[in-house]
Design a protein around this ligand. Structure first.
Ligand code: SF4
Ligand code: SF4
Length: 360
């Protein structure tokens, strides 16, 4: 039976995190049953962009630091990486550079890719995938517990999207229904299923995630060998039905993990009392209804000309060709997919998206 450790941890106090991680690994069979002496262990973080830790959009540096130390205890060689949504590297702003320097381990943005050809796929057969992820002896995924405007929730399955080359990720944003995008994410997840997942739900995000939502102190840390099971439990804790988050069912159908909580052995027998009951969940709307909802809660994407360098990076990164330069970026609301790539790409902070709180 799949084991998931669920720890209640409200802060990023180093001692508290280390204790919680040790207890979690003991429950699932020991970190040394996964990491062997001499292994290169890639920590695949969620570093979606150059956000500060308190913005709760990226994997917290204290959790990463404690994982680095535990991997070293097993004799492994940790390396840290991700493929962000932004052109500007997130390594410094997210606090990961400090961890890397302190622990003397490499931390980098994925830059080398190789073609992977999937024989079993739904949407995408040929994927330009991170060489660092493919070559690591062990892959430990460290997603962040957040809502997501398209997939409702972003977690362990979606975290592996960052292993795909930037240009291909941009092109793949043309799949704008939850059904299409969930199939796509499952294809990508199947390339290299992580050996272990450590979900940072201590501070996460609700509202219009994954970067524009509200930081929330969920106070949970989840650990499992099964990333799909982690997503099933996380989505449940957020208050979703597992079936609402389609990528979980898709991954389970393809035998990439377990989606049925009854088939999981969870060390917190009271987990059903831990439902977080956040008031700001993305509604489970599909297709045209979802788009109408986003148009309702989102204002127009606006450019602050005093910050804009007219570099056109947002225009180049828009999968819908919804941006023109006049002379600053102007967004065609009818063409916009609300994928938020332009906002994430602009490292000058010139673009802003105004939105109203859901249910408020
Ligand atoms: S909004 Fe940002 S990304 Fe777009 S042109 Fe201006 S500075 Fe460049
Ligand atoms: S304008 Fe921005 S949010 Fe809209 S489709 Fe283009 S990149 Fe995505």
């Amino acid at each position: 039976m799949n084991k998931i450790s669920l720890k209640l941890t409200k802060t990023y106090d180093e001692n508290e995190i280390l204790k919680a991680l040790r207890e979690s690994f003991e429950f699932i069979g020991g970190l040394d049953s996964i990491v062997k002496s001499g292994d290169t262990v890639l920590l695949k973080l969620n570093l979606t962009g150059p956000f500060r830790p308190e913005q709760a959009a990226t994997t917290h540096p204290v959790l990463v630091k404690m994982m680095v130390r535990l991997i070293k205890e097993c004799g492994g060689h940790p390396i840290i990486g991700d493929g962000p949504a932004t052109i500007k590297s997130p390594i410094k702003d997210t606090g990961i550079e400090d961890v890397a320097q302190e622990e003397k381990v490499p931390a980098f943005v994925f830059e080398k890719f190789q073609q992977v050809h999937l024989s079993d796929y739904s949407i995408v057969r040929d994927i330009s995938y991170s060489t660092d992820v493919l070559q690591a002896d062990k892959v430990i995924s460290m997603p962040k517990l957040k809502t997501h405007a398209l997939t409702l929730y972003t977690g362990a399955i979606k975290n592996m999207f960052g292993a795909v080359a930037f240009e291909q990720r941009k092109a793949l944003h043309k799949y704008k229904t939850q059904e299409e995008f969930s199939k796509l994410l499952t294809d990508i997840f199947s390339v290299r299923v992580p050996d272990l997942t450590v979900m940072d739900g201590i501070w996460g995000m609700d509202g219009i995630g994954p970067v524009h939502g509200n930081p929330v102190n969920f106070g949970v840390l989840l650990v499992s060998r099964d990333a799909v099971a982690i997503d099933a439990l996380s989505a449940t804790l957020l208050g979703y039905k597992i079936d609402d988050v389609q990528m979980i069912g898709r991954a389970s159908e393809r035998n990439l993990g377990e989606s049925n909580l009854d088939n999981m052995f969870i060390d917190d027998s009271c987990y059903k009392e831990r439902i977080l009951h956040t008031a700001n969940l993305i509604p489970t709307l599909q297709g045209g209804l979802r788009e109408r909802f986003l148009k309702l809660v989102l204002g127009k994407i606006q450019c602050d000309s005093s910050k804009c360098s007219k570099c056109s990076a947002c225009l180049d990164g828009c999968p819908a060709n919804a941006i023109t330069m006049n002379p600053y970026p102007v967004v065609d609301e009818n063409a916009c997919l609300h994928c938020f790539r332009c906002y994430e790409i602009c490292f000058h902070g010139a673009l802003s998206i105004k939105y109203k709180k859901i249910n408020s």
